[in-house]
Ligand binder design. Structure first.
Ligand code: SF4
Length: 469
């Protein structure tokens, strides 16, 4: 499907006799944040062991691999990567052994100064094993002359810029770090006497943990047998929570940035219905991405909600991979129209975003072929006109249909009777009243953390491309 892709989900637990098993479950709940690889590192107090593979969490781990990860603390990671970069070397956690001892790291986000730091480190003699930006942090850590592990961690993360929600594991401590802008979520909770850190609260729900609070932007939390220690070593920076977490990435049963995703997403649909009303017989969501917004749209407009498209949940990503002959069937295999709902109806088709427009066009055609008299497309966020540099896989600007086409041209391309997006004001009002606290760069092209203006070099893929060439 033609969607932005989140790059990662992270999980960590400290002080639990079944730390690796709990991490496995936590990653299961975070699978939507990355499906290319999964990994766990666990410490028994003496040694940090690691297991990571390409594939889904359920495929990567079994009883045998989990029993090979003993200890009361663990961290885990699920990763999405772009085509051609699905290499095991880039899977996380990344584990190293250095003068400060062993350390494993899991990262959600993207470092905008990784390329420069990497070049400096290579000049100074560092040898990189992967082409992931995350490895830069470990090299900085290994080279730190700080006397304590905690100080070395703070020194290394203070040198990177961009988006980073990190969980780190040493022999005897779990560390959680969130960049000062707070781009990506990171939540802190308790499970009896243990501490839990994870990208989304849905992972806590699964293991029966209780959400305590978010790891604050700019906060470094060190959890050890001495308890929890919090420091804020970064200079203050404007908040820039990724608004797309609420629009699309996060699971609706999660709380991110202190707000219920379901509530926000339903709100987006309510505001959209007020802003872009249309006479119609039925509201149909594009499942699963458009469901919450469609519910809000139906509630606000009074038009009944019907599941006119059914999603096959058992289609693996492998189905839409390489062969063009198979890819041709991609959307049809994932979605099937319900003729009895759509036939002779004026349909409001609700989805959360349009990236290239290719999938949306197929869906409009599918709905019309099932008998719909009119198809009115309503999108629960503004047009996406600019790429993300903070941990989300987006196409280049030239491939984003809203960056290169007018609204009428997009409507024409989609073959819809009408097309309307939620306004930026509408989005911000639905998410929060504190408009200043969200990153919305993919809708505005204005970026809260500066990067050199050579987009080709600084797309998040740049580091990978440079290393590969
Ligand atoms: S550019 Fe868009 S996707 Fe990226 S962090 Fe900002 S809001 Fe999120």
């Amino acid at each position: 499907m033609d969607k932005f892709k989140d790059e990662c989900g992270v999980f960590g637990i400290f002080g639990h006799t079944e730390a690796a098993n709990m991490t496995y479950l936590g990653l299961y709940a975070l699978q939507h944040r990355g499906q290319e690889s999964a990994g766990i590192a666990a410490s028994d107090g003496e040694l940090v062991r690691i297991s990571r593979e390409m594939g889904y969490v359920a495929d990567v781990f079994d009883e045998e691999t989990l029993s090979g990860l003993p200890g009361a603390s663990a961290i885990g990671h699920v990763r999405y990567s772009t085509a051609g970069e699905s290499k095991l070397l880039n899977a996380q956690p990344i584990l190293i052994d250095c003068a400060h001892g062993q350390i494993a790291v899991c990262h959600n986000g993207n470092l905008v100064n990784a390329k420069e730091l990497r070049e400096e480190l290579v000049q100074a003699g560092s040898i990189f094993q992967s082409n992931s930006d995350t490895e830069v942090i470990l090299h900085l850590y290994a080279r730190s002359k700080a006397r304590s592990i905690d100080d070395a961690i703070v020194e290394s993360v203070s040198q990177v810029q961009g988006a980073f929600s990190l969980v780190m594991l040493t022999r005897d401590r779990l560390v959680a770090v969130r960049d000062p802008h707070g781009f990506r979520p990171l939540a802190l909770g308790r499970l009896d006497r243990s501490w839990v850190v994870c990208s989304e609260t849905c992972a806590m729900d699964l293991i029966g943990a209780t959400y305590e609070r978010d790891v604050e932007p700019g906060e470094v939390i060190v959890i050890s047998s001495d308890g929890l220690k919090s420091v804020k070593p970064f200079p203050p920076a404007p908040l820039a929570h990724c608004i797309f977490e609420h629009v699309y990435f996060a699971r609706p049963d999660s709380y991110v940035f202190g707000r219920s995703v379901n509530e926000v997403r339903t709100n987006l649909g309510r505001v959209l219905a007020r802003e872009q009303a249309v006479g119609a017989d039925v509201v149909v969501p594009v499942p699963d991405s458009g469901v919450c917004a469609a519910m809000g749209f139906a509630e606000e407009s009074g038009i009944p909600l019907r599941m006119g498209l059914i999603r096959n949940h058992y289609v693996g990503r492998t189905f839409i991979q390489p062969q063009a002959s198979i890819r041709h069937f991609g959307v049809k295999v994932k979605l099937n129209p319900v003729r009895s709902i759509l036939d002779a109806q004026r349909v409001v088709l609700v989805d959360d975003s349009i990236v290239r427009g290719t999938t949306s066009r197929k869906i409009v055609r599918m709905v019309r072929a099932a008998g719909a008299k009119e198809v009115h497309v309503r999108i629960s966020c503004p047009p996406t006109i600019s790429p993300c540099f903070y941990g989300v896989d987006t196409p280049r600007k030239s491939e984003l249909i809203a960056a290169t086409h007018t609204l009428e041209e997009i409507r024409d391309y989609l073959e819809a009777d009408s097309l309307a997006y939620l306004s930026l004001e509408g989005l911000l009002s639905a998410v929060d009243t504190q408009h200043g606290s969200y990153c919305r760069s993919c809708y505005t092209g204005i970026y809260p953390v500066e990067f050199p203006r050579d987009e080709r070099q600084y797309l998040q893929l740049a580091l990978k491309e440079i290393v590969a060439s």
